[in-house]
Design a protein around this ligand. Structure first.
Ligand SMILES: O=C(O)C1=C[C@@H](OP(=O)(O)O)[C@@H](O)[C@H](O)C1
Ligand SMILES: C=C(OP(=O)(O)O)C(=O)O
Length: 438
């Protein structure tokens, strides 16, 4: 039978014939890799990133820094093992053009870096990047002394006219739409003449663990950072000006990208080992140990990594995901297969992610026969028997992996544009079929 050309981008999500039993090596963390690249580029000496994630978001970050004059060379780490990037900081240059794709970390973390360049840096990206909020970064940089040309919407495209240095100092930011506004200003803060004091003035603050990740990584390269947790005022972070050290850093596996594989153990009543799961981490994905345990599994952190085991039962959950919003699509997928309803809260800001994730999850799960409703700040999910069909992904990597989780339990799910997983996990289809022993 002739294939309908419209179907060529449909990936038949594998259906699990039994309990999975697999070891899955998950590539490096997007959030850690892109912070490490920025900090290494701003350092006063060369550094190493070992086992960096190589995906669309991180290659865009590396490419952008290279166009501003930073050396990022392929190599092996100092001890001769594993692949690595050697980062050679240099005077930051403009004119330059940065493609942010649809990477929140690139579009938010780099304008402050560009303010330190010695010429104009133009930022552009995918159509969706024009819709994602950037006003917190733009307005704050102007207060701190930068000159920026934009079209007045508080979004891309824009040009930062780097002046070779930035005054810095105190600034107020409403980061209720993205924690990345705060992280962006803190990461470059040590290089501003007066450092930076960021005061969040919004009513809510999502993804606080990602701000902790920023602070931890800044401290690890010698920056002095005062935080609400270290006895400072609530919602205020202060970074002292100073030189940053070059570091030899091995990047942790991406625990949010471990989610679909852990979900596979939960959904099939099987077992998955994720090697190198860190004993201590600021990654939000670490919360999966608790969330997926409440949903019916159990886990054990061993010397080899995290062993996650499904019991065969999948329970609904009532959970605030505001700290760990990027886990929502995967939790929603499991919740749609559970034995009781779920309420996911605290994630209104997901409407401004890669796509409007609340609308996308509602529509796609319901098209397979589900019963999902959007609330003001999340989703209510009442499990129903699902059937096969097309699961659209809206160029959102986490929609694709959510669809794959449902496909394990529901025959005939076809995922549109599974290649969109390349944003953070280019090997997803191979890792997924490998896990299933196909
Ligand atoms: O700083 C980071 O690395 C991230 C922060 C979060 O962004 P928001 O605060 O915009 O949700 C998260 O969702 C994103 O995937 C990565
Ligand atoms: C929200 C996400 O990405 P970004 O860094 O583009 O904001 C995500 O990865 O779930």
């Amino acid at each position: 039978m002739a294939q309908n050309p419209a179907d060529t981008a449909l990936w038949p999500a594998p259906h699990a014939s039994g309990a999975v039993d697999a070891t899955v090596h998950v590539p490096g963390s997007k959030s850690v890799t892109n912070r490490a690249l920025v900090l290494a580029a701003l350092a006063s000496e060369p550094g190493w990133l070992r086992r960096p994630l190589r995906s669309r978001d991180t290659l865009l970050m590396a490419g952008a820094l290279r166009t501003m004059g930073v050396g990022i060379e392929e190599g092996v780490g100092p001890d001769g093992t594993g692949e690595a990037w050697r980062v050679l900081p240099a005077g930051l240059r403009g004119p330059a053009t940065v493609d942010v794709g649809n990477a929140g970390t690139v579009m938010r973390f780099l304008p402050p870096v560009a303010a330190l360049a010695d010429g104009p840096v133009r930022f552009d990206g995918d159509p969706r990047s024009y819709e994602r909020p950037l006003n917190g970064v733009i307005d704050a940089l102007r207060v701190l002394g930068a000159r920026i040309d934009d079209d007045g919407r508080g979004a891309l495209p824009l040009t930062v006219h780097g002046g070779g240095a930035l005054d810095g100092g105190p600034v107020e930011v409403d980061a209720s739409s993205s924690s990345q506004f705060v992280s962006a200003l803190l990461l470059s803060g040590p290089r501003f003449n007066q450092g930076v004091e960021v005061r969040h003035i919004g009513s809510t603050l999502p993804s606080v663990p990602h701000i902790r990740m920023t602070v931890d990584m800044l401290r690890a390269v010698g920056a002095q950072v005062d935080t609400p947790e270290s006895g400072g005022e609530p919602n205020v972070w202060r970074v002292t000006p100073g030189a940053l050290l070059g570091r030899d850093l091995t990047i942790e596996p991406d625990l949010s990208n471990a989610q679909p594989f852990l979900a596979a153990a939960l959904v099939t009543g099987g077992k998955v080992l994720i090697p190198d799961w860190p004993a201590r981490t600021t990654q939000p994905g670490d919360r999966l140990r608790e969330i997926f345990t409440e949903m019916g599994g159990s886990c054990e952190l061993t010397d080899y990594g995290l062993v996650f085991t499904g019991s065969g039962a999948i329970h609904g959950i009532d959970v605030d995901l505001g700290d760990v919003g990027e886990l929502t699509p995967g939790v929603a997928a499991v919740a749609a297969l559970a034995d009781s309803p779920s309420t996911l809260r605290g994630v209104a800001h997901l409407r401004l992610h890669e796509t409007d994730r609340l609308a996308a999850l509602t529509k796609e799960i319901n098209e397979l026969g589900g019963d999902v409703t959007e609330t003001a700040d999340g989703l209510r999910i009442r499990p129903r028997p699902l059937h096969g069909g097309v699961f659209r992904t809206y160029e959102d990597h986490r929609m694709a992996t959510a669809g794959a989780i449902i496909g394990l339990a529901v025959e005939g799910v076809r995922i549109e544009n599974v290649a969109t997983t390349a944003k953070t996990l280019p090997d997803f289809p191979e890792l997924w079929t490998g896990m299933l022993g196909a």
